[in-house]
Ligand binder design. Structure first.
Ligand code: C5P
Length: 230
């Protein structure tokens, strides 16, 4: 029975300002996508990785990821879709068709390239222990406000019950398949599963699993690397 990680990596990454897809932006000479896939396999519990690549860069993504799979594993690369949800839907369909013994599916953003392998292991272990959906989370350090359309505060939710959500998010393969049948869109996969009424469990995330979106995030990632913390 296989654990398959879907990696949506088809975003243009315009907020990063490199003039290339974010997944291919190098940190210390190594593309973010390569780092993300290495981290998944380094967990020791992921067998296959299915990457949704920018449609114009499928060949380049194949080249940079070809040698990353360990013995017995594989990297699959296909063209992603217009939105993140479309990219995940395409990668999930590929996984279910091509890897029939898929039991656990992870969805992991290429942009979370520095996620420690221990987080991957914790998510997979929680799914394997019987949770249908598992997400890594962090407590919220700042107070969060809800505002109206002109920016006036309408509510201050209790910070103690809020969490920042990271990836990889882990699912029983059949549950994620049902969630994606809805045809809806969401900024994370657990939100689609929540709509089915399936409980979503949490495990501790990690600051290094931050999503790299802006040049500031990239600078933080470089600092983490040069500090030798990974
Ligand atoms: O844009 P954002 O940073 O939220 O994207 C999160 C992840 O989804 C990134 O890894 C990005 O490459 C991926 N994505 C995708 N297909 C899209 C848009 C984003 O795979 N059409």
């Amino acid at each position: 029975m296989s654990v398959v990680a879907l990696v949506p990596a088809a975003g243009r990454g315009e907020r990063l300002g490199f003039g290339m897809p974010k997944a291919l932006v190098p940190v210390d000479g190594v593309p973010l996508l390569t780092r993300a896939v290495r981290g998944l396999f380094a967990s020791g519990c992921v067998h296959h990785v299915v990457i949704a690549a920018p449609p114009s860069d499928v060949d380049q993504v194949r080249t940079v990821t070809a040698s990353l799979a360990p013995a017995g594993g594989a990297v699959h690369v296909l063209a992603g879709g217009a939105e993140r949800t479309d990219s995940v839907r395409l990668a999930l369909a590929h996984a279910l068709a091509e890897i029939p013994d898929t039991r656990v599916v992870l969805v992991h953003d290429a942009a979370r390239a520095f996620t420690p392998p221990s987080v991957v292991r914790d998510v997979v272990a929680a799914v394997e222990s019987g949770h249908d959906a598992v997400i890594p989370v962090l407590p919220v350090a700042d107070t969060v406000k809800q505002v109206d359309e002109v920016g006036v505060v309408v509510a201050t939710p209790d910070r103690a019950v809020l969490r920042i959500v990271q990836t990889p998010q882990g699912f029983n393969a059949r549950v994620l398949e049902n969630a994606y049948r809805s045809g809806l869109s969401a900024t994370d996969d657990a939100a689609l599963v929540e709509l089915l009424g399936v409980p979503v469990a949490t495990v501790p995330g990690h600051p290094h699993a931050m999503k790299i979106t802006t040049p500031f995030d990239l600078a933080v990632a470089s600092a983490v690397l040069s500090g030798g913390t990974r």
